[in-house]
Design a protein around this ligand. Structure first.
Ligand code: IPE
Ligand code: IPE
Ligand code: MG
Length: 258
């Protein structure tokens, strides 16, 4: 509670933000929001800073976004933090990104615990450095009894690999007789994905002006509402998140019906 008050007091326009939050909370909010946090490198370049400065700034936005998502009563946010393709980047950049979970959770974990947030992760764990994985596993362990907002990090995540692995597992289970081909439907297939405990995202946000999915949740985003902004991730703030949720509330979802 104290943290929330502090968050809003820091803002000059706090009453406007509060009004907006209250207004948004009167209508149904998306249950699960997925975010492609893009534009850290360009944010740094604009300031003649190294790319890693953009990643550091972006980490602070994760904190603010989590707090507001919690305040709005969302059930889950999935944040694309590192893709299976991001290993192509220069080693110093990858090394820096892999240190961010230690730093972020090192400072923010007590707050997450206090605010009843559950930390989760989806992605290929075995390729992650030990220090990265242990920071995340510690956070998962220490927040596992919380039942508020789920903060799900997509780290070393790639949707095609995820789908392919699910297919392999399905084949295995069919061969061993654990699963009958006739039993396989969309719901059962979904249970083989990394998102088995989540509902599909209702809303996808991507920052930085890129209009693509970059191998993110290809199966799960089939009927999500998409919201793109030119704002670079380190500049993304509470107003922008509220704008996205407000836009979502105005959309009419039909799921193929009329
Ligand atoms: C997103 O920002 C963060 C990661 C992909 C890890 P980028 O680093 O992709 O920033 P741009 O797209 O180069 O500006
Ligand atoms: C997607 O952003 C991955 C993350 C935000 C973690 P990228 O910056 O890697 O995507 P592309 O290369 O522009 O498609
Ligand atoms: Mg990018």
């Amino acid at each position: 509670m104290f943290n929330k008050i502090r968050l809003w007091k820091n803002k000059n326009n706090s009453s406007t933000l509060r009004d907006k939050i209250e207004k948004i909370k009167k209508l149904p909010v998306p249950e699960h929001v997925a975010i492609i946090m893009d534009g850290n490198g360009r944010w740094a370049k604009k300031r003649a800073l190294p790319r890693i400065a953009g990643h550091h700034e972006g980490m602070k936005v994760v904190r603010k976004t989590t707090k507001l998502a919690n305040e709005l009563g969302l059930k889950a946010i999935t944040l694309y933090a590192f893709s299976t393709e991001n290993w192509k980047r220069p080693k110093n950049e990858v090394d820096y990104i892999m240190k961010l979970p230690d730093e972020f959770l090192g400072t923010f974990l007590p707050e997450l615990i206090e605010e009843n947030v559950q930390v989760k992760m989806m992605g290929y764990k075995s390729q992650l450095p030990v220090h990265t994985l242990s920071a995340i596993e510690k956070a998962i362990e220490e927040t596992k009894n919380n039942d508020g907002l789920v903060l799900n990090f997509a780290l070393n995540y790639g949707s095609r690999a995820e789908i392919l692995d699910a297919v392999k597992q399905v084949v295995n289970d069919c061969n061993s007789g654990k699963l009958l081909e006739d039993q396989l439907d969309e719901k059962v297939f979904s249970s083989y994905l990394m998102t088995t405990e989540f509902t599909d995202p209702d809303l996808l946000i991507r920052t930085s002006g890129e209009i693509r999915l970059s191998n993110f949740m290809l199966w799960q985003l089939a009927y999500s509402e998409l919201w793109f902004t030119d704002v670079l991730w380190p500049d993304f703030n509470e107003e922008h998140l509220l704008e996205a949720v407000e836009a979502f509330q105005k959309r009419q979802r039909r799921f193929g019906g009329v």
